[in-house]
Design a protein around this ligand. Structure first.
Ligand code: KG4
Ligand code: ZN
Length: 348
């Protein structure tokens, strides 16, 4: 069975084709980063309009790359939240149109659940239970994943997410948007101990708060107007890595989980990928990261989630399913919580 995945929750337009839930036939991504760079962040209206423009081309590109015809697609899955509402509406409407035109079932996917399904693609032999750490531009979530449809959020972002904290440092020192990848490479050449940045909420509960770290950087930059960017990035990143690793390991210990799965854009970070497994191994735990291209936003993860929901849980969504900017992950995936208009008619 071939599943089409569509992702438009923020500034990446992504389309993927997946065979039987695991085999990636095509995974095409168009990043709008250049369009938003001059504004220092994503402009929702520009993002929505660009998704409308690019989706049809990406779709054709994915079909060509996979060598698949329209008629071979058996299921369409799309991210319907959380994210920017305009961009979500574009992807969901496009997916609904294809569901009707191709007479195939339609499944809505939670974006963060999608990120966790990137692990299923990368490590099909390492199933739940595990502790999930979702670190992206908008989220820092600690999630107990008991099974592929039982997500319990035990810690969340109080203010700035890990990726947001990196992007804000980038804005402060002119590294462009998104700054994560640039900070990643600069940090590799810097001294992580050069600047004693705070470790916000280290050892305190499972929520995270990185706004204070950015404030500390602003203050430090006032006294050091010509910083060595390599040391600045390495020290700032190290503070984030320390907090993430500490919280995840503590949570895994308390919830008696031996495996930690790290996903989301920040999971592509080389320092995090290097430091985490060593520190976890000291506690007898194992850490898994999908390959970097499945950490950042993509539609293969969306297709993987949709395929699981449909093929293994018999779930499909009504065409009345509405995008939700703040869709919660806690409890998502149980049929009760899957959303949609209760009066909506199942059309397909
Ligand atoms: O998951 P994602 O692609 O989109 C969201 O759902 O937010 O994550 C984007 C975030 C951005 O903040 C970006 O700066 C960060 O991931 N990021 C990185 C790296 N690649 C992307 N952060 C650190 N190191 C990287 N290599
Ligand atoms: Zn994401």
């Amino acid at each position: 069975m071939i599943t089409l995945g569509i992702e438009t929750s923020c500034d990446e337009t992504a389309v993927a084709l997946l065979r039987d839930g695991y085999e990636i036939l095509a995974n095409v991504i168009y990043s709008q980063a250049d369009l938003h760079a001059r504004y220092g962040g994503v402009v929702p209206e520009i993002a929505s309009r660009d998704h409308v423009r690019k989706l049809p081309y990406l779709m054709e590109e994915a079909l060509a790359e996979a060598g698949v015809d329209w008629g071979e697609i058996g299921l369409v899955g799309v991210t319907y939240g959380p994210g920017l509402i305009g961009p979500l509406v574009v992807g969901v409407s496009y997916a609904k149109g294809l569901s009707v035109a191709l007479e195939i079932p339609f499944v809505g996917v939670h974006h963060l659940a999608g990120h966790l399904f990137a692990h299923r693609l990368a490590h099909p032999d390492v199933p739940p239970p595990f502790l999930g750490l979702v670190v992206s531009g908008g989220h820092t979530e600690l999630v107990v994943v008991k099974s592929w449809d039982e997500f319990r959020v035990i810690g969340t972002t109080r203010d700035d997410a890990a990726g947001e904290a990196l992007d804000k440092l980038g804005r402060l020192v002119g590294l462009g948007y998104p700054a994560g990848p640039t900070i990643d490479s600069l940090a590799r050449e810097g001294d992580p101990g050069a600047i004693p940045f705070p470790r916000p909420m280290l050892g305190e509960g499972f929520d995270t708060s990185f706004a204070g770290l950015k404030t500390a950087a602003v203050r430090w930059l006032k006294d050091h107007p010509h910083p060595d960017l390599r040391d600045l990035c390495a020290s700032y990143l190290e503070a984030i890595v320390d907090v993430l690793v500490d919280k995840a390991i503590r949570a895994a210990r308390i919830y008696e989980l031996e495996r930690i799965v790290v996903v989301g854009g920040v999971a592509a970070n080389s320092r995090l990928r290097e430091a985490f497994p060593t520190r976890a191994a000291e506690r007898g735990m194992r850490v898994f990261f999908p390959p970097p291209e499945l950490c950042t936003d993509n539609a293969a993860m969306v297709a993987a989630c949709a395929h699981y929901r449909f093929a293994e849980r018999g779930h499909r969504d009504p065409l009345s399913l509405s995008p939700e900017a703040n869709l919660p992950l806690d409890g998502w995936g149980t049929d009760k919580a899957s959303g949609g208009d209760p009066d909506g008619k199942e059309v397909v």
